[in-house]
Write a protein that binds this ligand. Structure first.
Ligand SMILES: Cc1cc2nc3c(=O)[nH]c(=O)nc-3n(C[C@H](O)[C@H](O)[C@H](O)COP(=O)(O)OP(=O)(O)OC[C@H]3O[C@@H](n4cnc5c(N)ncnc54)[C@H](O)[C@@H]3O)c2cc1C
Length: 511
């Protein structure tokens, strides 16, 4: 579906542009932009641009857009998507990370931070903490770029209170698919602002985001509560996400599911659980009929002033919950350690050689009214065989915290609450990859058959019909905005959403 470059590669005119010295066509450069974290899709670009400024990106896009045969242009943040979304077969990948090399592109003000789209969230955190401030909404993993997560949504355990990361942005700089450099916000060029948030890179490249800040918490009481009963687990999660900041509750709420032999055959200890904890949990898992253990993962922020009351506050919250008695695990860490927690797991997985392997991940937003059907049919059904299944995330969010004007979608049922379920599995062999992909297909088919109106997060479809159904009522507006801001359909073609517009016969003939 992707139009290749004209035979002979990039037009020589491209190398006559002022950015020629920043374009690499050597095998090392193109190979490093040919795959992603998923390690499932592979496609080489013709070249990689290493921009020094947003104007370099604009020059490249203008060149493509005005070419007789425009070529694909894809920004690549960390390449942490899993289905080739940042690839540009036959086109140019923009290595966003070089934007911040020469200039410091994180500027902290009293209540917001201006961060380059190429910046890693961990660096935004470090810079803002120096001022005692921090963004309010986070992803679980911080080695992701600002532009990359804002092009999806950026979800995590703070979303129930603050919404996803896209709901915490005041202003964006975007280089559109025509090469125009636009500053947009709720008040200025708002169609582009809302389109780009969750926009899957379809309307342009985010080169700066103004992100809301709050006073940074200092310490975190990090808590895990074990459940053997999904009804109690989801009821308690929903209670916790209904609480306002002024009430006794948590500041972060997520959840995980451990199935089959994952507990007994997984690591003997984790950065959170000791070996003794894991043995106790494995004992609990073997007592439950299904072998499924659910964890609420939660966090309570505090500082020197509020530290004396944390124990009391936690006690009050726990008294309202129905976890398995005695199965409370807590740990006190700094705010930075808490937010950067997945980095420790990454180091362990790298050490064990299981980080750079295929990741056929499937993330779904499931309506609250069907989460128990999903649990029975998918977690205890399709995935409930003998195989350990690795990490499964499952936690609810409040729909009201999502702005429906943005491109990102939530389940169409319009319920107050929906769940995110992440089947974050790794394949250690080709057979396993095939099996996991088959299971993913079965999960989607099950939801279809049972009328569970879920939406994919970090979506992937192979047909435009799939995308139309994904965007639902938003589709026609999205198509119009695409025609306005990327009329040649050159941006982030690795998402495979829009076909190429037909090339006028006269133009084709000249190429
Ligand atoms: C270990 C791990 C943990 C994760 N945890 C979470 C999580 O907790 N919550 C969550 O929401 N997501 C999570 N993700 C998913 C992650 O948010 C997305 O994969 C995101 O796209 C990754 O950012 P990236 O910088 O690597 O983007 P890339 O993979 O490089 O790009 C993703 C897409 O966005 C486009 N793009 C990249 N930069 C820009 C830009 N500046 N402007 C416009 N478009 C752009 C690309 O062309 C591509 O289509 C996780 C991923 C991994 C690998």
């Amino acid at each position: 579906q992707l139009r290749p470059m004209p035979a002979g590669g990039l037009s020589g005119d491209l190398f006559a542009l002022g950015i020629a010295s920043k374009i690499r066509t050597d095998c090392n450069s193109t190979a490093s932009a040919s795959s992603d974290f998923g390690r499932i899709m592979e496609a080489a670009p013709e070249a990689v641009l290493h921009p020094a400024t947003p104007a370099d990106i604009a020059a490249l896009i203008r060149f493509s857009a005005s070419s007789p045969v425009p070529f694909p242009v894809s920004p690549r943040g960390q390449g942490h998507s899993v289905r080739g979304q940042s690839l540009a077969p036959g086109g140019v990948v923009v290595n966003m990370r070089t934007l911040g090399r020469a200039h410091h592109r994180i500027n902290v003000s009293a209540d917001y931070v201006d961060a380059g789209g190429e910046q890693l969230w961990v660096d935004v955190l470090r810079a803002t903490l120096k001022h005692g401030l921090a963004p309010r909404a986070w992803t679980d993993y911080l080695q992701l770029t600002v532009g990359g997560t804002l092009s999806n949504a950026g979800i995590g355990g703070q979303a129930f209170r603050h919404g996803p990361q896209i709901a915490n942005v005041h202003e964006l700089d975007v280089v559109t698919g025509t090469g125009e450099m636009v500053t947009c916000s709720r008040d200025k060029r708002k169609d582009l602002f809302f389109a780009a948030l969750g926009g899957l890179g379809q309307f342009g490249i985010i080169t700066r985001a103004r992100i809301a800040l709050e006073l940074a918490p200092k310490q975190v009481r990090w808590v895990r509560l074990a459940y053997s009963d999904v009804v109690a687990f989801t009821r308690d999660q929903e209670l916790l996400i209904s609480k306002q900041a002024s009430e006794a509750g948590f500041d972060y709420v997520e959840g995980q599911v451990q199935l089959n032999r994952t507990l007994t055959e997984g690591p003997k200890s984790t950065p959170f659980f000791s070996e003794a904890d894991i043995n106790r949990l494995a004992g609990l898992a073997s007592e439950t009929g299904s072998g499924a253990i659910y964890f609420i993962e939660a966090a309570m922020y505090y500082d020197e002033t509020t530290a004396p009351s944390v124990n009391q506050k936690l006690k009050m919250v726990l008294a309202q919950l129905s976890f398995v008695p005695g199965f409370v695990f807590t740990k006190d860490v700094t705010y930075f350690q808490f937010l950067d927690r997945v980095r420790v797991e990454e180091a362990e997985l790298r050490w064990a050689g299981v980080w750079d392997v295929p990741h056929p991940w499937l993330n779904l937003f499931v309506p609250r009214s069907r989460i128990l059907d999903f649990d029975a049919g998918v977690l205890k059904g399709i995935l409930g065989g003998d195989n350990p299944v690795g990490l499964i995330l499952m936690y609810p969010m409040n729909t009201a915290k999502w702005n429906s004007q943005m491109t990102a979608v939530t389940p169409p049922t319009g319920e107050d609450v929906f769940y995110t379920v992440g089947l974050l599995r790794s394949a250690l062999s080709a057979d396993e990859l095939e099996r996991l992909q088959r299971e993913n297909q079965s999960v989607l088919a099950f939801c279809d058959k049972e009328g569970i109106e879920c939406k994919q997060y970090l979506p992937y479809y192979t047909s435009q019909d799939g995308w139309r159904r994904h965007f639902g009522a938003k589709w026609s507006n999205i198509a119009q905005l695409k025609a306005k801001y990327d009329p040649h359909a050159i941006m982030s073609r690795g998402q495979r959403i829009f076909p190429l517009p037909s090339v006028p016969a006269a133009s084709t003939a000249t190429t």
